[in-house]
Design a protein around this ligand. Structure first.
Ligand code: GAL
Length: 653
């Protein structure tokens, strides 16, 4: 089992070579072990075609290695240099409104542009051949944040040609495509695959089946792009860990599929930037201004642990104010430490900080780092130094036991409900997060899982809200697992072709729970459908379904007499989008049915189990007494009264 450790992102090409050795020395002094470099350095590695200048990178790697650091080498393909863009001006992606992207920032390439992909093969081969067996190179990062700045879909001629080939491979005959998409509607029938278009610039919405296939295709292009790099790296650099750094609240490609070619997943965690961008309301933005949403990071830790099949890192951790959110507050004292321990508690092998020294130039000059631009220590440097001591003291190790409770997150469902929200603010990710938050408020450690039969084995409770089109095999696995199951709302409501199932929703799930959905309604914000008999305010908001129960029994109903929660044996169906009170009530009922313990916690407290260790976190602005969680256990770190941003850890009895 691996000892959990620290890393940092470093850009030797940004600094005079005379600083490198001192930087490396100070990294080690702070307890940092991994250092990621190189991912944007193409213009310095190959300033003009074929003119490879790898010596500076060799000296940088040698210097870092000589100081005992392990290098994570990035492939530079997210930033093709100007000369290359000028050679092939059609390599830039085209936006949905038909405008080509331009050189001048990053990610200015089209995943479907084969000549660019060949250029990537070439530069990755050269770099991997030169450095693949260097003893200081411990890991690789492919590219950088696939999809950042909205760069997955492209509406270019290259994408169109590739999409037509993809459709032909998927459907075989154009008749099959016409049937799957329902193209008889509005005279959309095609006579050959060469007539298929991209789903942009249509007068009103394009066919949802067409759009979903375009999303699947765009995702597959990323899988292909990443797989090519992995294959080259594996050939020249065997035995090294290959990672990619994913993002938060970003779902435009299937991260499970991309991860199949990687050895481990990683992601870039910016809690305050994400709070500004993604928090469900301003009350949360205010309460957690300097510490971040208590569940958003944790959800991504759990999601990317699933992607990495148990192995994952934080590749970039926020060290101070960032530059890219609408507002960029400073973290609370202690927040950096809290974030790092949250990641370790969820099983991270490495927490790596972005970045070593603040750049005084270019786009990210307002983004803080562990050091100030003049190399003086910033707060992050001090936090990291202390953390490395604490980690050693805890002898924190990576544990990967299966959690009893699993929550399904599925990328196709996210695409489907983005394409067809039916109510303006319906979001699959938000729906899944409502259940995730409720589980966390009950003190439960969760595995996020894909909807595959293997992921279900051994679980005691599985939740699959909003799961667009579960496969028959997945439903079989749920049935034989004996787990308590929660489906709905919208689970099983479409076929994989994006049509309503022949026997009505919830499709295959009727084998678990006998009911039918005859109508759905969406509701504007502020309108609630209260649950009968709830004094606490349990209600649906935004979405509800009208259910014909069949053999399923109604366990709760709305004040207007419609089924809210239905049950048949271990299977449950929730017929709407729950507010927080209802989500809490349903989750507690399910935990009870599964024979699992629900804790009663202060709303700012979160708990996470990692093997024998239980961690307790205070995300709130006041000290909180957590002695009821700790019981008679001996604390390894922290105190029974947890200060703001406090972390406690103890061995579970
Ligand atoms: C990430 C990216 C980094 C840097 C960072 C700033 O999205 O991977 O290169 O831009 O954000 O917060």
């Amino acid at each position: 089992m691996t000892q959990q450790t620290l890393g940092v992102c470093y850009y030797p090409e940004h600094w005079p070579e005379s600083l490198w050795a001192e930087d490396a020395r100070r990294m080690r002094e702070a307890g940092i072990l991994f250092v990621r470099i190189g991912e944007f350095a193409w213009s310095r590695l190959e300033p003009s075609r074929g003119d490879y200048r790898f010596d500076w990178l060799a000296r940088a790697i040698d210097t870092l290695h000589a100081h005992g650091l392990k290098v994570v080498l990035g492939t530079p393909t997210a930033t093709p240099p100007k000369w290359l863009c000028d050679e092939m001006p059609d390599m830039h992606a085209v936006t949905a409104d038909g405008r080509p992207r331009r050189f001048g920032s990053r990610r200015h390439y089209d995943f479907s542009h084969e000549p660019y992909a060949l250029e990537c093969d070439r530069i990755v081969t050269e770099v991997a051949r030169r450095f693949g067996d260097h003893p200081g190179v411990a890991a690789w990062q492919t590219d950088n944040e696939y999809g950042c700045h909205d760069t997955i879909e492209s509406y270019s001629p290259a994408a169109l040609a590739a999409f037509r080939r993809w459709l032909a491979a998927r459907y075989g005959t154009v008749e099959a495509l016409n049937a799957a998409w329902g193209n008889v509607f509005w005279s959309m029938e095609l006579a050959s695959f060469d007539e298929a278009e991209l789903p942009n610039l249509t007068v009103t919405e394009a066919n949802p089946s067409h759009r979903l296939d375009f999303q699947r295709f765009s995702s597959d292009q990323v899988v292909r792009f990443n797989a090519r790099q992995c294959e080259i790296i594996r050939h020249y650099s065997p035995g090294r860990t290959i990672l990619h750094n994913y993002m938060g609240s970003f779902t435009a490609f299937d991260h499970y599929k991309v991860s199949e070619d990687l050895d481990a997943a990683s992601w870039d965690s910016y809690p305050l930037g994400f709070l500004e961008q993604f928090a469900p309301d301003d009350a949360m933005r205010e309460r957690y201004l300097r510490v971040g949403d208590p569940d958003h990071q944790a959800f991504h830790h759990d999601l990317y642990r699933a992607c990495g099949r148990g192995r994952w890192w934080v590749m970039e951790q926020q060290p101070g104010p960032v530059n890219w959110a609408p507002y960029n507050p400073a973290p609370a004292p202690g927040a950096l430490r809290l974030w790092a321990f949250e990641a370790y508690a969820a099983g991270a092998e490495v927490v790596s900080w972005f970045r070593w020294r603040q750049a005084p130039f270019a786009q990210e000059q307002m983004h803080e780092a562990l050091l100030l631009p003049n190399s003086e220590e910033n707060e992050g440097y001090r936090v990291v130094t202390e953390l490395s001591g604490e980690l050693a003291h805890l002898s924190a190790r990576v544990e990967s036991a299966r959690a009893d409770v699993a929550l399904v997150f599925d990328y196709e469902s996210e695409w489907a409900w983005k394409i067809q929200p039916q109510g303006r603010d319906f979001s699959y990710l938000d729906l899944v997060l409502r259940f995730y938050r409720a589980l966390r408020r009950a003190g439960v450690s969760v595995d996020v899982i894909p909807p595959t039969p293997e992921a279900v084995a051994g679980r005691r409770l599985v939740l699959l809200p909003g799961l667009f089109s579960p496969s028959a095999a997945f439903v079989d696995a749920l049935q034989t697992s004996g787990a308590v199951v929660l489906a709905g709302p919208r689970s099983g409501s479409k076929t994989p072709d994006f049509q309503i199932p022949a026997d009505l929703p919830p499709g295959h799930l009727r084998r678990l729970i006998d009911l039918k959905i005859r109508r759905v309604e969406s509701l504007r914000p502020g309108i609630a459908i209260p649950v009968a008999g709830s004094n606490a305010g349990a209600a649906f908001d935004g979405w509800r379904e009208f259910v014909v129960p069949g053999a399923a029994e109604v366990a709760a109903a709305s004040t207007d007499g419609e089924p809210v929660l239905l049950r048949q044996g271990p299977a449950h169906y929730l017929a709407g989008r729950p507010n927080a009170v209802l989500a809490d009530e349903v989750v507690r009922r399910l935990l009870d049915a599964a024979g699992l313990e629900a804790l009663t916690l202060h709303p700012d407290i979160r708990v996470r189990d990692n093997g024998p260790l239980r961690y307790v976190f205070n995300h709130g602005p006041e000290p909180i007494d957590v002695s009821s969680v700790i019981g008679s256990s001996q604390l390894l770190i922290g105190s029974p009264t947890l200060p703001p941003c406090g972390v406690a850890a103890f061995r579970r009895g």
